[in-house]
Design a protein around this ligand. Structure first.
Ligand code: BGC
Length: 453
């Protein structure tokens, strides 16, 4: 069969990403669990409940799935509230359980990338003011030291904090994550304390292992002015993009940044990334909206012609990933796509989304840009925060009640990509024929089949 193949470099990382609270189940000792029990916080009153039962041992069958499908890496997170259930008290059995999981990953040839903080905080920490407390970074440092001294031999990449910008925005501006604040002054404080926490964790990890690879997973949301010739839209779009996308990366690159007109200085954070983790989902087009001061007087929406996900949460905009890669490479570090994916229970958009985004990464790799790996969000449907179980990001579908997993066609496509370390015309013709002509112009799927016979 005549085939075009977009090959990737030999040691390219292929995996999926998730976080503790979203998959473990019965995570009852953190601020998210408490939040979920309050009325009207989560769509339809959903709760993480059993999640994907990883804590009960189902990580084994899911790691088997990843291994059988040819993945060579996996990103997961440690649940701080399990390790340190009360301040200064360590639960060694929880540490052991994570050791077993990480051994399990390695036994299945999955290189582990481990996140220390993915949106959840232990209740005792939240009750002391969470990241607004000036002691927060010291608590985080102590936890980081415990984890790294117990698990470092099994971990290849560390992520200190997942998406500081999303966390700050959701918890302190929009108020949809605990503690549900809408206060820009508090947001500024949390930027600073999270940067302190990251810097302390970075240095502790390097004390334990000078060769460790440590970074953050930054969420990049591509923002463009809705009408490029309108100077106000252009200006607002730039201001919003700078505040959301650039604040944290600049702070950990240079030790200082400007955020909402204030200078934030965290000198010990200077140069504290060994690689750049990029989470990309979508792109938005920004218009001025004077009724939205908390949104910096702008409103983002999707293009009319964009293909939207099931609940219109994400627009399929692979070009935004291209922009994100260029943006991230400005930081002059090896780049890993630490998250990318789409909610799609029927799997009608995901194969296309996957192929188009991976093709952008291939283009970057072909320019010899330092892109080292790709983690899809996610392996199995998992608890989607304030959106509960209404959104399905898994390559595998999950029935939360019975805990049965069902393979979606995208899982097969991703397996084919991982197994051949490339994306081929045959894969696109089989799983996303609607974009074949666009990706491989000149030869339609029918001609390809004719050629083969
Ligand atoms: C977060 C994940 C989340 C995903 C999809 C990312 O911003 O890191 O925890 O599940 O988006 O909503």
């Amino acid at each position: 069969m005549v085939e075009a193949i977009h090959y990737f470099p030999e040691d390219f990382l292929w995996g999926t990403a998730t976080s503790s609270h979203q998959v473990e189940g019965d995570n009852t000792n953190n601020d998210w669990w408490e939040w979920e029990q309050q009325p009207a916080k989560i769509v339809h009153g959903h709760s993480s409940i059993k999640a994907c039962e990883w804590w009960k041992g189902r990580w084994e069958e899911d790691f088997d799935r990843a291994h059988n499908d040819g993945h060579n890496a996996i990103r997961l997170s440690i649940e701080w509230s399990r390790i340190e259930p009360s301040m200064g008290i360590w639960d060694e059995s929880a540490v052991d359980q994570y050791r077993q999981m990480l051994h399990g990953a390695r036994d299945r040839d999955l290189s582990p990338m481990v996140t220390l903080h993915h949106f959840t905080n232990p209740l005792w920490f939240a009750n002391q003011g969470g990241w607004l407390n000036d002691e927060a970074s010291r608590h985080f440092q102590r936890y980081a030291r415990k984890i790294v001294s117990s698990l470092d031999d099994l971990v290849d990449y560390w992520v200190t904090i997942n998406e500081p910008n999303v966390y700050i925005y959701m918890a302190y501006v929009e108020g949809a994550f605990p503690p549900g604040e809408q206060d820009l002054r508090k947001a500024v404080k949390v930027v600073q304390n999270l940067a302190h926490g990251h810097a302390r964790a970075y240095h502790v990890i390097h004390e334990v292992n000078p060769n460790a690879k440590v970074g953050l997973a930054h969420n990049y949301r591509d923002m463009k002015p809705a009408s490029p010739r309108n100077p106000i839209n252009k200006w607002i779009s730039k201001i919003r993009s700078t505040a959301f996308n650039d604040t944290f990366p600049r702070l950990v690159q240079n030790g200082e940044t400007r955020f909402l007109g204030r200078k934030i200085r965290v000198p010990e954070a200077t140069g504290t990334q060994d690689y750049f983790g990029l989470n990309y989902y979508t792109r938005e087009f920004v218009k001025v909206d004077l009724r939205r001061p908390m949104e910096l007087f702008g409103r983002g929406s999707y293009r009319e012609e964009a293909v939207l996900s099931e609940s219109e949460f994400i627009a399929n905009e692979p070009e935004g990933l291209w922009e994100g890669i260029k943006w991230a490479l400005e930081y002059d570090l090896p780049l890993i796509i630490t998250e990318n994916g789409v909610e799609d229970s029927k799997d009608t958009l995901r194969p296309r989304y996957l192929a188009e985004h991976i093709r952008k990464i291939w283009s970057a790799v072909n320019f010899n840009w330092m892109v080292k790996g790709y983690f899809h969000w996610s392996l199995v449907d998992n608890f989607e925060w304030e959106r509960g179980w209404t959104q399905r990001f898994g390559l595998w579908a999950l029935d939360v009640e019975t805990q049965k997993r069902r393979k979606r066609p995208s899982a097969e496509l991703f397996a084919a990509i991982c197994q051949s370390n490339g994306l081929s015309s045959e894969m696109v013709s089989k799983y996303a024929p609607e974009i074949f002509e666009d990706m491989f112009p000149g030869k339609g799927p029918s001609e390809l089949v004719a050629d083969a016979s």
